[in-house]
Design a protein around this ligand. Structure first.
Ligand code: HEC
Length: 131
């Protein structure tokens, strides 16, 4: 009986802890949508993203009618590592995940530029709880 009580109250605590986790998690995307300014060291990447990528991938990489959001689970670092961003920019992308059509290669963006863009996009992803 005593041990049953204990395990019940333990379950109660776990439910509480889990509830807190869920509560924290669901509040994170709202922060990102609030659109706080990027930290100073990411602003160069933000500017390059806005100049070269945002026309399709949207302000804050939230997506448009011409391209998908990069702040999305499928572009988390494990699924689309930084090399995927270099390849996409240098060679373009054949449509495979979405129905926006192909991404053209992006002229005039150097690998160093893409590095900065990736830093910025990873920061946006972290703000949204994607990592
Ligand atoms: C003309 C529109 C357009 C522009 C500009 C554009 N993209 Fe894309 N991008 C797309 C589309 C559409 C896809 C989705 C293709 C699919 O998977 O269906 C895509 C996919 C990607 C992917 C995923 C690649 C993969 O392996 O699945 C990355 C990374 C990416 N874009 C990065 C960038 C970066 C960085 C820039 C700016 C330097 C940029 N894109 C500019 C349209 C664009």
């Amino acid at each position: 009986m005593v041990s049953l009580m204990t395990s019940r109250s333990q379950i109660g605590i776990w439910v509480l802890v889990l509830g807190l986790f869920v509560a924290c998690d669901s509040s994170q995307p709202k922060q990102a949508a609030g659109g706080g300014p990027a930290p100073a060291e990411l602003q160069a990447g933000e500017a390059k993203f806005n100049a070269n990528c945002a026309a399709c991938h949207g302000s804050q990489a939230a997506g448009t009618g011409h391209g998908p959001p990069l702040v999305h689970k499928i572009y988390e670092p494990n699924h689309h590592g930084d090399a995927a961003f270099q390849r996409a920019t240098a060679n373009g992308v054949k449509a495979h995940h979405w129905e926006f059509g192909n991404m053209p290669k992006i002229e005039g963006v150097t690998p160093e530029d893409v590095d900065q863009i990736v830093q910025y996009v990873r920061w946006l992803q972290r703000q949204a709880g994607i990592q």
